[in-house]
Every structure is written in structure tokens, then in C-alpha cells.
Design a protein around this ligand. Structure first.
Ligand code: HEM
Length: 517
């Protein structure tokens, strides 16, 4: 042990200082090695409180707006912590591409969501599975089924049939357009996955099953919407406990999910046994196979992943399109003029016409950007410690890409508050919003081609044959506000619009269409 007071000539003092400094350095180095932390700082962010971190300031309403405000102070990458859980918010798309896309092997896990994953049961399915063998198996099935535009073209007959049915419903009962949209989106994926039509007996009930189950998914994936995600030990609270209504909700959504997984699947099996099953994803994987229980469960979940992944998201996209064209009737007219010029009056577009309709395409993309229904996508988790752009990203951090902010970045989209489809035309074409909206890296939405084809065809068919306008009160159009609900998939708030066929010819065309009514 070194005693400073015993030294008389100063060299003892010096060696004592050196010894203390060496001890400090050794201790600090040990701490770094033990914790594995490099000597770089965390990304900046609002100051955390002891123990709870940023829990109190963490937004539960429209988090993308608060995240964007934080961005004005702290920049493109922000660190916050909630009860010791690191959360990294990305406000600059460059970070999302560099981290989630380019370092995909590191940034492709999912957070453990106690409510949505463990209690309701979604953690067994593709969207919340951790990066690993089972998840890779799901992705392999998705890719075989719908991984390219060419594969999706094989579904175009079914898509046209369901679009026709939608147009007929729209003509008959225009006020129920949201209900028709749900039926269209649910009905289309129902056919692909199980060969069952929404118009078949019991079809409506099957579509409702997915809506009920997806309501639980959407509600429970909002960051910290349920206290049990913040304080996991609450998972042990019994249902009868005062204030545990959320626990009963978890059971209700759990039951919906199990029903959604099993009911259509069992139906296909029964139909196959009776020799009346139509071709579908499920039928093709069961035909002539004797599957072990685990393999059967994977097929069941993959089918449910297609069915549930496609229904609610597509509805939100189509609702946003209706909102966009109701609010921007001049642009709606210009798109209709292009359709008339390219296809002729009272004609329906097909997927093959897409490239000949650049303004329609630009309108579709600008609505995705301005009226985004996927403001935060789904969160990723980093598997190991990382250093990115000089910042330390601790293993297990939840990464949230703030798509809403990306879509409002004036560097990528000049004058972002201006609705300008032209930004997606010509040589100066700006960044395609689908690159953000459908997620990142290895977890990029596997339904991207299917969703894009089905939304585009339905939206363009509506434009070709219907006018969609704001309601008129006292001689003045009442333009609906652009307000969105919370949720991983964010639907526009209910709004009114007036939908009429564009001409007698358009009406006659719709009446004559064949479709699964
Ligand atoms: C407008 C429609 C859609 C949007 C905006 C959308 C968006 C997304 C997003 C943002 C993710 C998370 C990506 C990430 O983690 O970075 C995702 C994942 C997923 N989507 Fe979609 N999606 C849509 C339609 C569909 C369709 C039609 C299907 C199936 C037919 C589908 C199936 C899935 C599945 C299974 C996952 C989980 C993938 C995984 O975690 O590996 N989605 N989607």
C-alpha cells in the first residue's frame, strides 16, 4: 500500500500519483471490458430521470409528432430510456437505411412485447418472431408464394374479381365504402390463403375474424400502450384483480387470434377431405403431405401472416387514398383526365396499364407520403452492441424508424407540407415512399408486391369510374381534416365523402361487371 505522507523528496508523491492513476485506468478499462462498452457516447436525447428514465415524457398519443419535435433539438438519431430499456428513435432516413437495411444481420430482432406477444400470443407468428430459424422458415414460405411482382401477377384474376365486387358494392351503397374496403382487402387475402371467398357462406364471418384479431395487434403494438409492457411483472396479475381489465382484454384478443389461426385452416382441411377445396396457399402445402404438428403450426401461422398482414394494412392504405382524393379534388380530376386520355372514357385500368399512367402513379405515391398510415412501421431490436456514426447502440435497444418525419424532411421532399404529386414525376423524381412505408432490411414487408398491386388497382379503378368529393353544407364543400388514429397501422379518423359514378357510361360498366358479390 502507498502512503503519501511518508514521502519527503517528492518522488514518492509522484509514484503515488502514478500508482493511483494506473489503478484508475485499470479499473475503468476493466469496467469497459466487463460491460463491453466502447468509449463512445449514446446518441443525444432528452435528459432521463433516475430509475424511470424518460418514462414520464414518453408519448402515448401520436408518438411520431413528439419524436419529430425531439429531433429538432437532438437531431437525426435520439436515445431515450424507459425503466432501463434503451430506445433509439431515427428521425433521419439515412440512419434507417444504414442501420436497418445495410446492417440487417444485426438489426433484425423484434422487441419482446408482453401484451401483444406473450399474453395475446402474436410472438409465435412471423411479425413478432425473433430473428432465427423459425422466422427464416416463415420468410421462405412468403418468398415462394408472393416474393416477386411476377408471382403476384399470377393472382391478378382473383384481384380483378375482388376489385369488380368492390366497385359494385360501392355503386350500390356508397356510404358504406369503408365496409366494402374491409371486405375487399379481407376477401382478397382470404382467397389466396384459404381459397375461400368472402361471398361464400360464412365468408363474412371469416373476414370479421381477421378484423377482430388485428384490432388486438394494432392496439397492443403501440409503444407502452399497456403498462405491462413497461412493468412486465404485472403479467402475473390475475384477471379478477381490480383495475385488471387489460388482462381480460388480453384473453379476449388471445381467443380471437386462436380462432383466426384455426377456423379457416380447419375449413380447408374439411374441404380437401370432401374434395371441394379451391387452390390456395394452405391447400398447396397440405395436399399429399402428412405434416408433423410443428410443421402444420408453421403453415398455419404463415397463412395467418398473409391473411392478417394483408387485411388491415391495405384497408388503411385505401382509406388514406380516399381521404387524399377528397381533400385534393383538382389532382383527382387531373388523374382522371390521364386515365381517360390513355384508356378511353368509362374504361377500367389493369395492372398492365400502370406504366402508362405516370400522373396517377405520382398521385398514389404522394398520398402515401402526405397521408401516411404507417408512421412508425414496426420496431426492430439490435442483437449485439454496435457503434454507429460515433454513437454507442447498446445490445437489445429498440429501434424506431420515424417514417412520418422522413416524409416531412424538406431535404428529401422540398416543401413537404405542399401536396404535389409532380414530385414523383420526370427526371427530378424524389425518393419513393414505399421504401420507408414497407419497412427495412431483412424484415421488409414480404407482402409489399401484393399490397402495392391490390391498392393501386382498386384506387385507380375508383378514379376511373367515380368522383369522390367533400360533402357540401350550405353551398360550401366541407373538406375533411387530415387526422389519423394511433396504432402501428394508423387509420384516418372517420370522415365523410360523397361518391358518385362519373357518368351514365361508368355506372353501366359497373353494373355489368362480374365479381364475387
Ligand atoms: C399497405 C399495405 C402494407 C403495409 C404498409 C405494410 C407494412 C409493413 C411493415 C412496415 C412491416 C414491418 C417491416 C419492418 O419490420 O421493418 C411489415 C411486416 C409484415 N407484413 Fe406488411 N404491410 C402491408 C401489407 C402486407 C400484406 C398484403 C401482407 C401479406 C400478404 C403483409 C405481411 C407482412 C408480414 C407477414 C410481416 C412480418 C415480416 C417480418 O417480421 O419478417 N403485409 N409490413
Amino acid at each position: 500500500m502507498v502512503s503519501v505522507s511518508q514521502s519527503t523528496d517528492g518522488s514518492g508523491l509522484l509514484s503515488a500519483f502514478v500508482a493511483i492513476a494506473v489503478a484508475f485506468i485499470a479499473y475503468y478499462a476493466y469496467q469497459l471490458v466487463a460491460s463491453g462498452r466502447p468509449t463512445v457516447p449514446l446518441p443525444p436525447g432528452p435528459r432521463p430521470l433516475p430509475l424511470v428514465g424518460n418514462l414520464l415524457g414518453f408519448p402515448s398519443f401520436h408518438p411520431w409528432e413528439t419524436f419529430s419535435k425531439w429531433g429538432e433539438t437532438y437531431g437525426g438519431i435520439i436515445h431515450v430510456s424507459v425503466l432501463g430499456q434503451s430506445i433509439i428513435v431515427l428521425n433521419d432516413a439515412r440512419y434507417a437505411i444504414d442501420m436497418l437495411d445495410r446492417k440487417g444481420a444485426l438489426y433484425s430482432d423484434r422487441p419482446t412485447l408482453v401484451m401483444c406477444g406473450e399474453l395475446i400470443g402474436w410472438d409465435e407468428g412471423p411479425a413478432l418472431s425473433q430473428f432465427g430459424d423459425r422466422w427464416a422458415e416463415y420468410r421462405r414460405f412468403f418468398s415462394q408464394f408472393m416474393g416477386t411482382k411476377a408471382k403476384v401477377e399470377a393472382f391478378s384474376h382473383t384481384l380483378h374479381e375482388e376489385t369488380n365486387a368492390f366497385l359494385k358494392h360501392l355503386l350500390a351503397e356508397p356510404r358504406k365504402w369503408v365496409e366494402h374496403t374491409q371486405r375487399f382487402a379481407g376477401g382478397f387475402v382470404l382467397q389466396l390463403t384459404y381459397g375461400y371467398r368472402a361471398s361464400d357462406p360464412g365468408g363474412k364471418e371469416l373476414v370479421k375474424l381477421v378484423d377482430d384479431a388485428m384490432e388486438g395487434f394494432s392496439e397492443a403494438t403501440v409503444q407502452n400502450a399497456f403498462l405491462v409492457d413497461v412493468i412486465p411483472v404485472l403479467r402475473y396479475v390475475p384477471e379478477w384483480f381490480p383495475g385488471a381489465a387489460w388482462k381480460r382484454k388480453a384473453r379476449m384478443y388471445h381467443d380471437y387470434l386462436q380462432k383466426m389461426l384455426r377456423a379457416p385452416f380447419e375449413l380447408v382441411k374439411q374441404q380437401m377431405a370432401a374434395g371441394v377445396a379451391r387452390p390456395s396457399f394452405t391447400q398447396s402445402h397440405l395436399e399429399g403431405q402428412s405434416l408433423a404438428a410443428e410443421q402444420e403450426r408453421i403453415i398455419q401461422w404463415t397463412a395467418a401472416g398473409i391473411y392478417s398482414g394483408g387485411a388491415d394494412t391495405t384497408v388503411a392504405g385505401i382509406e388514406s387514398f380516399f381521404l387524399g382524393i377528397t381533400r385534393h379534388t383538382d389532382q383527382q380530376r387531373r388523374a382522371q383526365a390521364e386515365l381517360d386520355a390513355v384508356l378511353g372514357f368509362d374504361c377500367l385500368p389493369t395492372l398492365a396499364d400502370r406504366e402508362r399512367l405516370p400522373y396517377c402513379e405520382a398521385l398514389y405515391l404522394e398520398i402515401m407520403r402526405c397521408y401516411t398510415f404507417g408512421p412508425l412501421g414496426l420496431p426492430h431490436v439490435v442483437r449485439e452492441d454496435d457503434v454507429h456514426d460515433g454513437y454507442f447502440i447498446p445490445k437489445g435497444s429498440i429501434i424506431i424508424p420515424n417514417n412520418w418525419k422522413f416524409f416531412n424532411n424538406p431535404k428529401t421532399y422540398p416543401q413537404p407540407k405542399t401536396f404535389a404529386p409532380e414530385r414523383f414525376m420526370g427526371k427530378e423524381k424524389q425518393y419513393d415512399p414505399r421504401k420507408y412505408l414497407f419497412g427495412y432490411g431483412r424484415r421488409t414487408c414480404p407482402g409489399i408486391h401484393l399490397a402495392d398491386a391490390s391498392m393501386w388497382l382498386l384506387c385507380m379503378s375508383v378514379l376511373a369510374l367515380f368522383d369522390v368529393e367533400p360533402p357540401v353544407e350550405d353551398g360550401t364543400p366541407v373538406v375533411p381534416p387530415a387526422r389519423f388514429l394511433d396504432g402501428a397501422i394508423s387509420h384516418p379518423e372517420a370522415f365523410k365523402c360523397v361518391i358518385k359514378p362519373r357518368s351514365a357510361g361508368a355506372e353501366a360498366l359497373v353494373r355489368g361487371l362480374s365479381g364475387n358479390l
